[in-house]
Each structure stands twice: as C-alpha cells, then as structure tokens.
Design a protein around this ligand. Sequence first.
Ligand SMILES: NC(=O)c1ccc[n+]([C@@H]2O[C@H](COP(=O)([O-])OP(=O)(O)OC[C@H]3O[C@@H](n4cnc5c(N)ncnc54)[C@H](O)[C@@H]3O)[C@@H](O)[C@H]2O)c1
Length: 313
Amino acid sequence: MTKNTMTNNPTIVLTGGLGFIFSHVTEHFVKKGWNVIVIDNCSTGSHPEIINGSFQFILMDISDQNIIDKIISINPDYIIHAAANSDVDESILSPLFVVRQNTLGNLYIFEAARKCSNLKKLVYANTDEIFGECRTQKKEDEILFPRNPYSASKATGALFRYAYDNSYPFLTDKTAETRFCNVFGPRQDPRKIIPRIIQSLVTGEAVPVHNKGVGKREYIYVKNIPSVIEKVLLNGNRSYNITNNDLFSVNEIIEIIEKITGKIVPKCDGIRPGMDSIYQMDSLRIKLDLGWKLEYTFEEGIKELLKTNNLCQ
Ligand SMILES: NC(=O)c1ccc[n+]([C@@H]2O[C@H](COP(=O)([O-])OP(=O)(O)OC[C@H]3O[C@@H](n4cnc5c(N)ncnc54)[C@H](O)[C@@H]3O)[C@@H](O)[C@H]2O)c1
C-alpha cells in the first residue's frame, strides 16, 4: 500500500520508473501527491536507490505475461510505459533477448491497458531512433525505418499503439506516444557520451570517439522531461516528437565542454558498428497542439552537470 492510496489523487503505473529518465518522472508525480506505482526489473540503467517508501515498487519484468493481470488488478488512472532494454549495442549482439523482452513488454502493456476500466491515458515512451538515419527533420507521420534491433523493438510500441487505438473503442484517444531525442543529465548511464566526456575531465581517462566523432544527435536535458510527459498524459492523444533541435556532433559537444571548462578532453579513436550518423525530428506538433516550451536549454543542462562535478562555476 502506498502513501496516497487513501486520497483521491490519481493512480499512475510507471514501467521503467527506476531508470535514468523516468526516475525523474517518478519523483515528479510523487511530489504532486499522486499514487505512484513503479514496475521495473532493476536491470541496466536502473536506480533502485530512489526507492524510499514514497511510491510502491513492484519488481517485475515487462516480458512476464503476469504483468497484464498485475496492472489490471491495480486498475490505474494513468500508465506510462517506459521500461525497455535500451542498450543498442547489446541489441546488436543479442537481438533475440532484447527484441523479445521489449516487444512482448510493449504488447503486454497495451493488452493490460485495454482492460483497465479506470484508464484515462497510456503514454508510451519512444525514441527518435525509430525513424532511422535521416537527412531531414522527421515529422511524426513519416515512415518508421529503424536500423538496429533495439530501434525495431521500440517501433513495435508505436505500431501497437495505432493498432490498439483503432481496434478497441475503449482505448481510442486514450493513448499517446513521446518520441525523445537523446536525453542527458543526472543518473545517465556512465557509458553514454556526455557522462563519459565529463568523467574524462575528472579522471583523465580518454573518451573513445566513435566513427571520428561526426555522428550527429539532437539533445535535451532530462529536467525538461517530467513536465512534458505530464502535458502529454493530461492532454495528448497522438505521437509527439520531443526535441529542441539542438543538433551536435560528438566533436562539437567536446568543443562546447572544452570552452565552458577551459580544459582539454582526452580522446581516443573508437568504432561502433551499426551506428546511424544522424537523427533529427520536427517538433512543431507538440508546440502547436500542447503549447510545449523548453524549460532548460542544452547549455543550461551541460553547465548544471559540469557544476555538479566541480568543472565550472
Ligand atoms: N536515453 C535516451 O536518450 C532516450 C531517448 C529516447 C527514448 N528513450 C526511451 O525512454 C525509456 C527510458 O530510457 P532510459 O535511457 O532512461 O533507459 P534506462 O536503461 O536508464 O532505464 C530503463 C529502465 O527500465 C527498466 N527495464 C529495462 N528492461 C526492463 C524489463 N524487461 N522489464 C522491466 N523493467 C525493465 C530498467 O531496469 C531501467 O530502470 C526507454 O523506453 C527508452 O527507449 C530514451
């Protein structure tokens, strides 16, 4: 039993609510006094240290079919489905494991949602990687062209959403999808590029710069995510690209961090097979439909992270 089950506040189930991005979302809804229930298998990227009694925690894998009955028994007002094995390299090495987990998980969560009589909204957390490598900014309705097993497994969630919205009148207009660009910030996997660059400035260990550092990604600071998720949860019923179009190569990020800190980032060459060279999205829809505005710029996020590590004032 969680702290707020006796109040009239909404009940929300968050899968993957211990992970890098969604641990911030878990804390956001706890702060709002919602009755928060996190389902997570405590695998890569999880932060079980945030478990402190302010929300209910259920240790469970999304690819365990029992999750359907578990969620139905909770009968939440809202579901955020963010649990996924998000390791692209692992998905290339072990596609059967990663794709089975993510795809079955996606199916089970939609299946549970259509049987939750209290449900007001299910939000599925997706990624820009489902569009594959792109030379132009992709709009939400453009073709999905995932180019690694992880991205293909994530794309299934987008497809299940269309299918469930269309097939089950109960779910029509009760589902939405967020497609984030690269998120960075506190609690990020230390193997990702921004934490690695920061770590290299602390320890002097060289950062492996993959494919000459020319690959480009759009970045968003994690502290922007809880409020945009809440917006979509309360008012959204479509797929929404979420990016501020801060598009940087790894070399450019290194330059920005060197300029802010006045320090040289130690580097070495690295190779990453299967890496797409660029992702970019058009985010007009969420701005026009839901009035979304960025709260923290890329530079504010980077400076905050550097300050935490005593690398800038
Ligand atoms: N990191 C990004 O830049 C980014 C960008 C776009 C979308 N996303 C999506 O956002 C979500 C969260 O990403 P993240 O970077 O915070 O990932 P993360 O790896 O930090 O967190 C994922 C969480 O899900 C849990 N999990 C993984 N597989 C599970 C399973 N089979 N059953 C139950 N729990 C499971 C993990 O224990 C972890 O707590 C993912 O769905 C990811 O695809 C991430």
